[in-house]
Every structure is written in C-alpha cells, then in structure tokens.
Design a binder for this molecule. Structure first.
Ligand SMILES: O=C(O)C1=C[C@@H](OP(=O)(O)O)[C@@H](O)[C@H](O)C1
Ligand SMILES: C=C(OP(=O)(O)O)C(=O)O
Length: 421
C-alpha cells in the first residue's frame, strides 16, 4: 500500500519541539564520490540516506566500490581508488548531483560507462558539461543534450584547460573540479557565458575536495586551478541539510512556534542557510527577493510569501526552470490552485501576491508536486495555515528528506494519509 496523498490539518497550537534535519544531500553526494575516488576506507558520518544518495552509493557499488551502511547516518566506503566500468548503465533517478558529478569523474575512468536517470532527469540539461568533456578529448555523447550519457573513457584528458558555461547548473563546475584532481597534470577551469547561479555550491565542492586531500585554488572569480593530487581516504562528518532546514524555519515562523533544529543558522556552510535571514523577517519579508544564491529555498519562501504582509517578487531564479521540475511554474500553479490570482510569472520572475487573511480559511486544493520533493515540502507549509490542503504524491520527499512527514507529525501536525491500494 502506498500513500496517494496527504491532507494536512492546520495545527491549533504553535509548533514547538526539537527536529534535526537529515544530513546534507549536497555534501553527502560529494563525499561519497570523493571517497570512491580515494584508495582506502573513508567513514562518512551524519550522512543523508535518501533516494539521491542511495543512487550515488548504488552506482559506486556497481563500479566495484564497497559501500557499507553500519547505521542510519553512516557510510563506510572502501575503494581501490578506481571506478571500474560497470556491467550495466548507472541509473541515478532524478539526482542531479550524482548524474553530473559522476559524468565528469567517469570521463577519467577506463572503458564504457552509461549514466542515466528517470524520465525527469532525462529532461535536465547536461550538454554544456558533455561539450566541455568533448573539448578535453573524451569520447562522450548525450544526443538529446540530457541523460543518458555514454562515455568511452581512456583514463586521461588530452588538455589541461577547460572552458565551461555553467549558467544552467553550477554542478557542471563542481563535477569538473572533483574529476580534475584525478588527472595527471595541473588543470584549469574557466567560466564562460552567464555567471554561476549559486556560487556557494562551488565553495562546498572545494571544501569537500580539500578534506579529501585535494589542492584547489580560485585565482580569479571565474577560474579554478586543481592540482593532480588524487584523493586520500578520510573520516568526514556531514552537516545537516540547510535546504531541509528551511521547511522547519518556515513552520516555526508561520505558527509563531519554536523549533530547535539543533544547528544555528549561521553554522551551516551551505548556500540555502542564507534563507534564514529572509524567513526570520516573516511576515515582513522584503518586496524583492533575489533567489540566485539560495535557489532550493525559493519554493519554501514563496509559499511563506502568500502569508506575508506585502507582496514579494522573486528575481534571479531562472535556473528554477531546470530543476526536478519547472519550479517557477509549479509554485505559481500550486498557489493559484489554492486561490486564483495568488501568484504570477513575469518572464522568469515570480510574483506572489500576499494575503495574511488566507490563514484560517478553508480552501480545498490538491497540490500537484510534479514529482518534486521541494514542491511537496513547501506546500505542506501552506497546509499549516489553510484547511483542506492536500499534497499529491507525498512520497516524492524521499529524494532528500524521507522523514519529512514524520518530522511534521512529531511536532504535533495531524496528517491524513489517503492510501491507494
Ligand atoms: O551542487 C549541488 O549540490 C547543488 C547545486 C544546485 O543545483 P544547480 O547547480 O544545478 O543549480 C542545487 O539546486 C542542487 O540542489 C544541489
Ligand atoms: C535541485 C535539486 O536537486 P539536484 O539538482 O541535486 O537533483 C534539489 O534538491 O532541489
């Protein structure tokens, strides 16, 4: 039996209690890959166990790496340092990190690798990364510009310099950075075209690489130099997920509660922690919010914006169109489903017309998540204030936060699970 939808009953009390978000998806998938590229045993603690990280772990296993899971938050990775050509295509679901990071790393492997994903991942662009790798002499092809990607690797790049347009995804740069440390000479990455969306993810990559013994420098804002150190197995602790934290911060301000997430907002190193500064201003969030440096937090803030005292325009969010779904469209569709006229797209900006009097009303709406965990988790927040909000396909939260519904329940939120047989 699976749950078809969840209806949220708005709590009559402020939400208080202690809920720790799970480990960071971004850091877990970096650490898993780097541990797989390091000879020896690495112990990753505080890790996220979810669809995205399971796909990465499973792919590593398919390539000869031993990945043990002694408990719910630990991976113990033992590798020869090589990712051996697998017998079958690597299936990575809709995990952007796993798909992009492995594509570049496997270009330095030996033999044939096929990187594939689900129907959603097969619509997410990877062409700029594939073309960058082609420019390095790698035999790699992704005919549709999206996965599947076929790589015939021969262990080396033919050049030590690459130019990449990372306007669509910062993950292309992270992927090249992590791969480059496994090359045979110092390697330079140079940015072309549009600036990177969330630069904070590049910082996360560099810090994970350094923890595994790599040497990476950023001589200019648009270039990076990576030394051919390879990686050293290490024990590595992963901080909680800042994007997951945004839902708990949102639930706290919406219900005027107090939720202890166990980590102060300024202790996170992930870009989405910046969202705290905006969320903490609720119900007086600013009229214009630039989402470029906290992209995954925008659905959360956009749902909060519906209850803000004044309207909010979200700018710098064009990349949201190529995430798990078109999130600008999904958020405006969901808000307008709750009440027509609540949101509007203007080019790639999203306008949310706030109305604090929404709170306490019954506005029956079935929210289409478009199989996107962040749409499900952020619209659940609307259900804390409005009666009869139903989230379809609630299981999609398993991509990054499998315990999300239980976390809400542990704070005293009543959920009606509508099961399908
Ligand atoms: O590097 C990362 O860990 C991520 C980078 C961002 O994606 P893009 O760089 O594709 O925008 C973000 O949305 C994603 O959830 C995680
Ligand atoms: C965009 C996201 O994921 P990814 O790109 O890693 O699939 C996300 O988790 O919001």
């Amino acid at each position: 039996m699976t749950t078809d939808s969840v209806t949220i009953l708005p709590p009559t009390h402020a939400l208080t209690g202690k809920v720790s978000p799970p480990g960071s998806k971004s850091i877990t998938n970096r650490a898993l890959l780097l541990a797989g590229l390091a000879k020896g045993t690495s112990r990753l603690t505080g890790a996220l166990k979810s669809d995205d990280t399971r796909y990465m772990a499973e792919a590593l296993r398919q390539m000869g790496v031993t990945v043990e899971e002694p408990d719910a938050t630990t991976f113990v990775v033992t590798s020869s340092g090589e990712l051996k050509a697998p017998a079958a295509p690597l299936f990575l679901g809709n995990a952007g990190t796993a798909t992009r990071f492995l594509t570049a790393a496997l270009a330095l492997g030996h033999g044939r690798y096929v990187v594939d994903g689900d129907e959603h991942m097969r619509k997410r662009p990877i062409k700029p990364l594939v073309e960058a790798l082609q420019s390095l002499g790698v035999a790699i092809a992704a005919p549709s510009g999206c996965p599947p990607v076929a790589i015939d690797a021969n262990g080396a790049f033919k050049k030590n310099h690459v130019v990449i347009d990372a306007g669509l995804s910062s993950q292309y740069v992270s992927a090249l950075q992590m791969a480059a440390a496994c090359g045979s000479e110092p390697f330079t990455i140079e940015l072309a075209g549009a600036d990177i969306g969330a630069r904070g993810y590049i910082d996360l990559t560099m810090s994970a690489m350094r923890a595994f013994g790599a040497k990476v420098e950023q001589p200019t804002p648009a270039s990076w130099v990576i030394q051919p150190t390879g990686y050293t197995a290490t024990d590595f602790h992963i901080e909680p997920d800042a994007s997951a934290a945004t839902y708990l911060w949102g639930a706290e301000v919406l219900t005027k509660g107090q939720i202890d997430i166990g980590t102060p907002s300024d202790a996170f190193t992930q870009p989405d922690a910046k969202a705290y500064d905006v969320i903490a201003q609720f119900p007086n969030m600013p009229a214009v919010i630039d989402g470029s440096q906290m992209q995954d937090a925008i659905p959360t803030i956009a749902v909060l914006a519906a209850f803000n005292e004044t309207p909010v325009r979200f700018v710098g969010i064009e990349n949201l169109r190529v995430k798990e779904c078109d999130r600008i469209r999904a958020v405006s569709t969901g808000l307008n489903n709750i009440r027509e006229g609540l949101a509007k797209e203007e080019g790639d900006d999203l306008l949310v017309f706030s109305d604090p009097s929404l709170a306490g009303q019954s506005l029956p709406a079935e929210i289409d998540t478009f199989a996107d965990h962040r749409i499900a988790m952020s619209f659940a927040l609307a259900g804390l204030k409005i009666r009869d909000i139903t989230i379809l396909d609630p299981g999609c939260v398993a991509k990054t936060y499998p315990g999300y519904w239980d976390a809400l329940a542990s704070l005293g939120v009543d959920l009606v699970r509508n099961d399908k047989k």
